[in-house]
Design a protein around this ligand. Structure first.
Ligand SMILES: [Zn+2]
Length: 424
């Protein structure tokens, strides 16, 4: 088993396109959008996801690997992002352009010319190429040149798109030498329970619970519901262009907040010895049984995977590994006596009907996630005789603000969180 995760970085470059090829890229971006929309349409029709790539490729006027990548992105969005089905039409389809996604040395190529510039060649459509020179930050150009000349960095997929009317290429590269510590080389697991209006974290080692924290973000839930209502009203009035703008605003707002929350999670985790971050694997959850109203609502109304993705990405830059567990019963099980019963929970309160233990329900879930993480790493699960008092911080536009909470005398210090405003 290889137990390391590679370090991935995305760098943005401007495309200085030769002659009059800008319109070719624009056309290809429009074509990518129609591939994207067609994928969503077929998926919503209930077509088997495995046959969608072939079906879409048949009608696409893009090179094959690009079509495949755009289809994969559309299906990924279907899987990851929230959907409001009340719209009566696929909420993800839009007009306009979509990035042209390409595999290195298939859909696009880079090389170093005699002047030391990096030249590009992008297959916009079959037998139609865009060529020119990459422009961008010196440090990014340096890394890319290093990648072209050495084995340290490996060039991966890229996206060609227009950003504020300027053509850009966003290139993914992987550092093959610097890797994230393997998850088996960890000493603490941090269970992360993601909800619509908070995340709950618990750090656990073989010696017991180190600490736990709930980060509240009620404004994300509030804003998403507000945009939902606005969009619905506009939808009824059939003003779709406004609707698209709103969707963009909401997406930016939510993405920005989720980035901040994910920073907070990573910074909090770093205070523990050799942490490994543990998430619930949503895909597994979807494929198995019905988890009740709470889970179903979480699935449909939360950009859940986005937060997990941002967190694992940022964690990898701090060399912190992540792992995934089956979410079964994480919110219904008593963290103290392991008694499992759906009726244990009432909104944010958890009361065990077997041992009488009471808890913040999401914190309890994060303890269970951490315990599953420990089992997955084959460590001994410590006996949990008492849990630290739940401490909450509230994340707002200006950063994290400490909510009035009770702190338990035996709980270790919270310096990192007290200063977490600087994470922004
Ligand atoms: Zn119990």
């Amino acid at each position: 088993m290889t137990d390391t995760q590679a370090l991935i970085k995305t760098m943005d470059f401007q495309l200085d396109i030769q002659s009059d090829n800008e319109s070719l890229l624009y056309d290809a971006n429009l074509e990518a959008r129609s591939v994207y929309n067609e994928t969503i349409r077929l998926a919503k029709q209930g077509l088997d996801w495995d046959v969608i790539p072939e079906r879409v490729a048949g009608n696409s006027n893009l090179v094959k690997n690009t079509t495949q990548r755009v289809v994969a992105k559309a299906l990924g969005a279907m899987e990851n992002y929230h959907e409001y089905d009340d719209f009566g039409q696929p909420s993800h389809t839009k007009d306009g352009t979509y990035p042209l996604c390409a595999n290195y040395e298939e859909g696009y190529n880079l090389s170093l010319d005699d002047d030391g510039d990096i030249t590009f060649r992008i297959s916009a459509k079959p037998y139609q190429h865009i060529k020119g020179v990459l422009k961008g930050a010196d440090s990014h150009l340096d890394i890319l040149k290093t990648a072209l000349e050495s084995d340290e960095w490996k060039i991966g997929t890229a996206e060609a798109l227009f950003h504020n009317d300027d053509p850009e290429l966003h290139v993914n590269i992987t550092n093959t030498e610097r890797t994230v510590r393997g998850k088996h080389d960890s000493q603490t697991v941090v269970g992360v329970d993601v909800n619509e209006d908070n995340v709950a974290l618990t750090a656990l080692s073989e010696n017991g619970i180190k600490d736990s924290l709930v980060i509240d973000f009620p404004e994300i839930k509030f804003e998403r519901h507000r945009y939902f209502t606005m969009r619905k009203r506009i939808q009824n009035a059939r003003k779709n262009s406004i609707n698209d703008t709103l969707e963009g605003c909401e997406e930016r707002f939510v993405r920005d907040r989720l980035h901040k929350v994910s920073c907070h999670i990573v910074e909090w985790s770093r205070q523990f010895e050799k942490p490994c971050i543990v998430f619930e694997d949503l895909k597994e959850m979807r494929d198995s049984i019905d988890y009740g109203t709470r889970m179903n609502r979480r699935l449909h109304h939360l950009p859940f995977r986005a937060l997990q993705f941002y967190t694992s990405y940022k964690a990898s830059f701090k060399e912190i590994p992540t792992t995934w567990i089956n979410p079964e019963y994480t919110s219904q099980r008593c963290p103290m006596c392991r008694h499992t019963e759906r009726a244990n929970r009432n909104k944010k309160r958890f009361k065990c009907r077997s041992c009488g233990h009471q808890d913040h329900s999401d914190r309890g879930a994060s303890v269970n996630i951490a315990v599953k993480g420990i089992k997955k790493l084959d460590w001994n699960v410590p006996a949990l005789n008492s849990l630290p008092q739940v401490r909450k911080v509230r994340r707002q536009a200006s950063g994290a603000v400490d909510a009035p909470t009770v702190t338990h005398p035996t709980v270790r210090d919270y310096q990192i969180d007290g200063r977490s405003g600087v994470l922004d």
